[in-house]
Design a protein around this ligand. Structure first.
Ligand code: ADP
Ligand code: MG
Length: 372
């Protein structure tokens, strides 16, 4: 386990990203510079002589330019809630940076959403069975990564799940019947996705194949958001899109504390809080988008082998260096079950996992065992 851990005030702190770039290790600028004895004496002497307005003038010189945590919550991009929080000494620059993060996420939504008929992914779904289709570098790289995760997870993560998945509508409580699932199931297989890196093309090897990046796009957008902030010089920030989050830096000597929701309790009730610095964290839960029928819970993670909801755990949380990776791996436990998934998670160097099993038992990957 390639884990750099140090103790924080709340226990062990998990740092996954070894940032090579300039990391800001300066302490926060104090609101008022601490006074040494000679300045205290100076201050006391002048206090006896000065009147209020001069003191206010002196104080304003000592204050930094409004260094503060700036936080914005936005609903509706990628059908989810986006939160950006950062430490900034300039509110205008902070607001501009957050605007840029949201613009980047809107761009990702425009090109990746299967709900938008004009998105690049929708065009791929409409045309890629007919022959090789040239796509943007961004989408090509994402499809390449998605295929790598399919290999890594023994096929549990598979963006061609959508060949069956498109027939579900969890909001409207619609699900396909067995006949329709059987008919569509042969098209679910990541091997049907033919990628040519030289020509930067994608092709489906047979008709009926569809892809959906819902299991990876939010994590990717969080990483892109962090890239945007880093490029603008921010060194302490939190970006999240739904259940996918990433953190850079700490909170001045303290870690960020990220709560993991209790799957069967109202939002806000957590099973544990994880202290994180320079790390990503993703949670998938069977409580996110679901409906129940005759005591069966139908929810938005699909087993590529059966075309049914994958229901072997209640939730899975992955901690790692990048949100695209933690997002891509959080579905695996639902499909393979806790034991098989934990074997995979323990095999991957910079990943840790917290799984809530069907009976509510919480299990931890090796790297977290001593920590909880
Ligand atoms: P969120 O969308 O809130 O981030 P998850 O990270 O748990 O939730 O991802 C769930 C989404 O992943 C589904 O809505 C669907 O788009 C996609 N998905 C479902 N099953 C699979 C699968 N077996 N492999 C890859 N992606 C999947
Ligand atoms: Mg996700």
């Amino acid at each position: 386990m390639n884990l750099t851990a140090s103790r924080g005030p709340d226990g062990r702190v998990f740092r996954r990203e070894r940032s090579s770039s300039r990391r800001d290790t300066r302490p926060p600028r104090p609101l008022l510079k601490p006074l040494d004895d000679s300045s205290k004496r100076q201050f006391n002497r002048s206090k006896s002589r000065c009147r209020g307005p001069f003191l206010v003038f002196l104080l304003s010189l000592a204050l930094p330019a409004h260094a503060e945590w700036v936080r914005r919550v936005t609903d509706g991009i990628m059908g989810t809630r986006i939160t950006v929080e950062l430490w900034s000494e300039d509110k205008t620059k902070a607001d501009q940076a957050i605007d840029a993060v949201l613009d980047e996420m809107r761009h990702i939504d425009e090109s990746m959403s299967t709900y938008k008929p004009t998105s690049e992914v929708s065009l791929v779904n409409a045309n890629a069975a007919a022959g090789p289709m040239h796509i943007t570098k961004e989408l090509f790289d994402l499809l390449t990564t998605a295929k790598e995760y399919s290999v890594l997870t023994d096929g549990a993560f598979d963006i061609t799940y959508a060949s069956v998945g498109y027939m579900y509508d969890f909001r409207k409580h619609i699900r396909p019947d067995e006949a329709h699932i059987d008919e569509a199931l042969p098209a679910v297989n990541y091997r049907h996705l033919l990628l040519d890196p030289k020509k930067q093309t994608v092709q489906f090897s047979q008709k009926g194949v569809r892809i959906d990046l819902g299991g990876i796009a939010k994590g990717y957008s969080v990483d892109r958001g962090i890239d945007v902030l880093k490029a603008r010089g921010f060194t302490r920030a939190y970006v999240s899109a739904g259940g996918d989050s990433r953190i850079i830096g700490d909170r001045f000597g303290k870690p960020w504390m990220v709560g993991i929701r209790d799957p069967r309790k109202p939002p806000g009730e957590v099973i544990t809080r994880v202290p994180l610095v320079d790390a990503a964290i993703s949670t998938s839960g069977d409580y996110e988008r679901f409906f129940e029928e005759n005591g069966v819970r139908y929810h938005h993670i699909i087993d590529p082998r059966t075309g049914h909801s994958a229901s072997k755990v209640r939730s899975a949380t992955i901690i790692g260096p990048y949100a695209i990776r933690t997002d891509g791996l959080s579905k695996t436990a639902f499909v393979l079950g806790p034991e098989e998934a934990m074997k995979i998670y323990n095999r991957i160097d910079d990943i840790d996992a917290i799984i809530v099993e069907l009976d509510g038992t919480v299990i931890y990957s090796k790297g977290l065992e001593q920590a909880h």
